[in-house]
Design a protein around this ligand. Structure first.
Ligand code: SF4
Length: 366
C-alpha cells in the first residue's frame, strides 16, 4: 500500500501525517486526498451545502491588522455603516430565498452605540423571519457580557479567526498591542456564552510553514471548535504585510488552501467548514473546488454593491450581487455541478456542537 493510502486509512492522523498530507505535490495524490475528504464529508455530513448570506454591515474598525484592507490606518477606504433598513432588506431577501442563515460581519468596535446597533439588528432579523433565520456573528473580540447579550438577542454562532496559532508569526502580522493570548481568551468567552464556536486561519502567509498549518489544525481540535472559516492569504495593496510578499503565486496558494480544507476535514470530520470568499478570489472555480474537498458551507456576499468596494480585506474579492437573483441562480448551478444539493431553510449547524454539548437540535437545525 502507498504511504498516502496507509495514512488515509488511519482512524486518527498524527501531526507527522498532517504535515505529510499538506506537503503533497504529486497531482494524482492530491486528487486522491481531495476525493477521500469529499467522500468523508458526504458520509459524515451528507450531500447538503448550507447557505449563509453574508452582510458586511460596517467597515469601521479600531484595529490595525497588517494584512487587512479595512485596517484603521488605511485612509484610502471610505468608511460606511449600512442603514438598518438596508440590512433588513438584505436579511428579508435571504430569508425569502430559503438561505436559512445570515452572517453579520463588520470591523471591530465595542462602544455602547455599536453594541446597541448590533443588538437592534439581531432583534430585527429575528422578527422579520419569525425566528427562522439562524445568525452567525463575526464582529471581533468582545467582553463576556457583550457575547451574552447578543446570544440572548438571537445570535447562535460566532466566528473569530485567530489567523495563525504561531505566536511569533501572529506578532509579525499584527501591531504589538494585539495579542494571540487575548484572541484565544475571547474564543473561550464565546464558547462560555453558549455559541457554536468558529475560528480559522490564513493559509500561505509570508513566513508561515507547513508545520505551522499542522499546528493550526491541531489547535482547532484542542479548542473543540465547531466550525471553521479559513482561506488563502491574499495580499492587499494598502497594507504593510503586502510589502513583504515576493512572487505571489495564486495557483500555488489556492492549492495549499484546498489541501488545508481536505486535511482539516479528515482530522475533524464532524465540524462545519466554509468555502470562503477568498477561494473564489483566486480562481473562478475556487469555491466549487473547496466544496469538493471537504467544505460544506458557503457564504454568498449580500452586502450592497455600493459598499462592497470599501470592504476589501484583500484584493480581487468577488461580489455576489449584480442582481441578487441572477448571481444566486449562478451559484445554484455551481453547487449543482459539484454533485451536492443546497440545504434550503435549514441552519445546517455543526454536528460537532451537538456532540460537544449534548444539546438536541431544534426544527431548523434538523
Ligand atoms: S482583520 Fe478584522 S479586526 Fe483586523 S483590521 Fe481587519 S476588520 Fe479590523
Amino acid at each position: 500500500m502507498s504511504k498516502l493510502k496507509t495514512i488515509l486509512s488511519k482512524d486518527k492522523l498524527s501531526r507527522q501525517d498532517i504535515i505529510y498530507l499538506l506537503s503533497l505535490e504529486n497531482k494524482s495524490e492530491i486528487e486522491e486526498l481531495f476525493t477521500h475528504a469529499n467522500n468523508l464529508t458526504k458520509k459524515v455530513l451528507g450531500q447538503n451545502v448550507y447557505l449563509r448570506g453574508l452582510i458586511e454591515f460596517s467597515n469601521i474598525c479600531n484595529r490595525n491588522c497588517k494584512y487587512c484592507g479595512i485596517r484603521k490606518s488605511n485612509s484610502e477606504v471610505e468608511r460606511y455603516t449600512m442603514e438598518m433598513q438596508e440590512i433588513q432588506e438584505a436579511a428579508r431577501w435571504t430569508y425569502q430565498q430559503g438561505f436559512g442563515s445570515l452572517v453579520l460581519q463588520s470591523g471591530e468596535r465595542s462602544d455602547p452605540e455599536f453594541l446597541k446597533f448590533v443588538d437592534n439588528i439581531l432583534q430585527n432579523v429575528k422578527e422579520l423571519s419569525n425566528d427562522r433565520l439562524g445568525v452567525t456573528m463575526s464582529v471581533g473580540e468582545q467582553s463576556l457580557e457583550t457575547y451574552n447579550r447578543w446570544y440572548e438577542s438571537g445570535a447562535h454562532r460566532y466566528l473569530l479567526r485567530v489567523e495563525t496559532t504561531n505566536a511569533d508569526l501572529y506578532q509579525k502580522i499584527h501591531p504589538s498591542c494585539h495579542s494571540l493570548k487575548e484572541r484565544i481568551e475571547a474564543l473561550d468567552r464565546i464558547q462560555k456564552s453558549g455559541y457554536q464556536v468558529g475560528t480559522g486561519v490564513m493559509i500561505g502567509l509570508p513566513g508561515q510553514t507547513i508545520q505551522d498549518l499542522a499546528d493550526d489544525i491541531i489547535f482547532m481540535e484542542e479548542k473543540d471548535i465547531d466550525m471553521i472559516g479559513m482561506g488563502p492569504y491574499i495580499p492587499h495593496i494598502n497594507t504593510p504585510l503586502n510589502k513583504t510578499v515576493k512572487n505571489f503565486d495564486a495557483k500555488k496558494q489556492l492549492q495549499l488552501a484546498l489541501k488545508m480544507i481536505a486535511v482539516t476535514r479528515i482530522y475533524l470530520p464532524d465540524v462545519n467548514i466554509a468555502s470562503t470568499t477568498a477561494y473564489g478570489a483566486l480562481s473562478e472555480k475556487g469555491k466549487g473546488q473547496a466544496l469538493q474537498c471537504g467544505a460544506n458551507v458557503i457564504m454568498p456576499n449580500l452586502t450592497p454593491r455600493k459598499y462592497q468596494e470599501n470592504y476589501k480585506l484583500y484584493e480581487n474579492k468577488p461580489a455576489f450581487l449584480a442582481s441578487y437573483k441572477r448571481d444566486f441562480d449562478k451559484l445554484k448551478d455551481e453547487i449543482k455541478a459539484t454533485g451536492k444539493t443546497i440545504g434550503f431553510n435549514k441552519w445546517g449547524d455543526s454536528p460537532h456542537y451537538f456532540k460537544r454539548t449534548g444539546e438536541s437540535r431544534n426544527q431548523f437545525q434538523a
